[in-house]
Write a protein of this length. Structure first.
Length: 182
């Protein structure tokens, strides 16, 4: 008890001084509690522990000792992981759409998230995707949304939200959507 509160005091003393809470020597890395050195040491340590678990066929989830099955996790933790990435992907998708005009089709107003996508206005989508791939970036879907987020959602007039229906019509016909024609 006594030992723990001393540990906590030391933690806050370092934190408030902007020092790494692990070594207390170097300044903490931007937005993190630890310095660059301690962060990479920690990552290396976690990676080794993970490799060992994979080699022994144990679920890689922290603290779990169940045997892994189809993936590197036991069934229960794989399911948890799937749900987590599903929620994360849905959240980043919504956030991206909100940033580029709202989570609804900018043409027909459909707001079913599953049929919406981010469209390149001007139709340079495929060349942009190619260009992104050539510099090793994820060019489609959630990786692309995450990249936009990390850049603060730039080029607001380059993208718009469209539903599959309008998107398909515009790109197949190469003309304004039938919703826009009178
Ligand atoms: Zn450190
Ligand atoms: Zn597990
Ligand atoms: Zn639409
Ligand atoms: Zn339309």
């Amino acid at each position: 008890m006594e030992k723990q509160s001393r540990h906590k005091r030391r933690y806050w003393k370092r934190k408030n001084a902007g020092l790494c809470t692990s070594c207390g020597v170097n300044p903490s890395h931007e937005g993190k509690s630890w310095c660059q050195g301690c962060l990479s040491k920690g990552a290396e340590c976690r990676r080794k522990a993970k490799d060992k678990k994979i080699k022994n066929g144990i679920c890689v989830h922290n603290g779990c000792n169940e045997p892994s099955t189809k993936t590197q996790r036991c069934d229960r933790h794989q399911e948890e992981q799937n749900l987590r990435s599903f929620k994360r992907n849905l959240a980043i998708k919504k956030e991206t759409f909100e940033a580029y005009g709202g989570a609804k089709c900018s043409c027909c107003g459909d707001d079913e998230i599953w049929v919406l996508c981010l469209d390149h206005i001007g139709g340079d989508g495929s060349s942009h995707r190619q260009q992104l791939r050539s510099i090793g970036k994820d060019a489609g879907g959630h990786g692309f949304y995450r990249m936009l987020k990390s850049q603060g959602f730039p080029d607001k007039d380059r993208y718009r939200v469209l539903c599959c229906n309008c998107n398909l019509y515009i790109h197949l016909r190469g003309e304004p959507c039938y919703h826009q024609q009178s």
